[in-house]
Design a protein around this ligand. Sequence first.
Ligand code: ZN
Length: 199
Amino acid sequence: MNCYPQSLARLMEVLAKLPGVGPKTAQRLAFFILEQGKNGATEFSDALLDVAAKITTCPVCFNIAEEGHCALCEDLSRDDTMICVVESARDIIPMEKSGSFKGRYHVLGGLISPMEGIGPRELHMKELLKRLEDGVVQEVIMATGANVEGEATALYLADLLKPLVPKITRIAQGMPVGGDLEYIDEITLAKALTGRREF
Ligand SMILES: [Zn+2]
């Protein structure tokens, strides 16, 4: 039996869906929001609605964007001759924090996973091939995670890109096996980038 009013129970249920949040934390967060009063709660809900309404994906690299192209694609100071391929937009954050990559990005939107029914067609690979057509890009860096899917995707894509780009590399050194990019500290990631090897 639930001892909370329905609306509060619903808030707890929603909060418990957040990663790393169990029922106890959800309860604590719900009471925290409740204690903020109407203004505090509105601030939360407005921020959520704002994100839901405004955030889209960049039509070029599939990073998150507010309108039109993302900030990284719009930045004229970045190096157009390099593209770093990542699994998700989340992976761009640690790359940027590492400060050792100044090129462009391409977000695949997942990894090849036959178990989950994700093949190359479900990912933004076609769009990457298109970006290489004009011959400006000289190097594509595969920065997918060091797990089975990450390796398989990097290999598949490297084969596909070979005729289109002079150099294809893979970040490796210092990457913990099974490591997701988002959990790797910036120094390790910077080293992984510097020590990238050619396919
Ligand atoms: Zn973009």
